[in-house]
Design a protein around this ligand. Sequence first.
Ligand code: ZN
Length: 186
Amino acid sequence: MVQAMSQTEARYLVGTSEFVPFDPDAAADAAGVGVSAWMGFGRLLGLYARVAGRGAIGLHLELERPSNERLRRVVLAHELGHHFTCTGIYVKPFACGPDSLTTSRVEAQAARWAATHLCPPALVSAYVRHNESIGAEQVSEIADLVRVPEGFAAWWLADLAARGMVDGAHPSHVSAWVPCLSSDAD
Ligand SMILES: [Zn+2]
């Protein structure tokens, strides 16, 4: 499993830009969770199912487009969140999309698992101290550093600040993030 980052480590990484973004594909691989791209999802972006103790993740085919690379990282990490946070013999399948990502406790749990791994709170804390204030520009920098959509980074910073987990962050009004596919046409 992925190790939590220490404050010292985070400060060093922010200072030297040697941060290595979380690799959800490698994490799925290491956990023996199969990942495949599926068609016919409608508005759903990811699925998680457990069969005989083994996890399987399906991702919307559109997420394979280069323009959706950051979104794919978030959706895959979210589905891994279901894998790692759901215990017990029977785990119901999860279908995750813009309508369901923030609607229940288990969805919030998966979203926070994903965010914690993609964008460790220790890294955010170190970044906040390094920059003194957090505005749209810093949110964008953090999103670039950890390779997630800006909206996701904004939601996560606000979520951390609202729970008192990051000192000195001044959260905006962001309370939710709605994932959205983009096309390569633009
Ligand atoms: Zn979900």
